[in-house]
Design a protein around this ligand. Structure first.
Ligand SMILES: [Mg+2]
Length: 107
């Protein structure tokens, strides 16, 4: 089973709990990936907390998590996330977001 574990307000809420979960899940043969909407430039604390613990860390840079992981060739079976709508939805401040009528009015 491929498991996605969110970082902000999921892992960070109780790192001790999630460290036990990650170790147990991996020990049973499952893959645990940290999938965060942070950019790699925002990743220092994520790397500090999770390098060597999870199977990999992915920074979607505000892109919807499901699409991003599909592009990486990984199918996630279970998503663990405090904001589950971001599995399917880009974050509003995604740098590459399309210019909309509303954003045009801001200039
Ligand atoms: Mg979160």
């Amino acid at each position: 089973m491929n498991i996605s574990l969110d970082y902000d307000n999921t892992y960070t809420r109780d790192p001790i709990l999630w460290n036990v979960f990650i170790a147990n899940a991996r020990g049973l043969g499952h893959k645990v990936y940290c999938v965060t909407m942070r950019s790699p430039q925002e990743g220092i604390q994520v790397f500090h907390d999770l390098s060597g613990k999870v199977d990999n860390i992915y920074f979607t840079n505000r892109q919807a998590k499901k699409d991003y992981m599909f592009e990486q060739g990984i199918s996630i079976d279970v998503w663990i996330d405090d904001m589950p709508f971001f599995v399917y939805q880009d974050a509003a401040d995604r740098p590459a977001m399309k210019v909309t009528e509303r954003s045009l009015h801001q200039f």
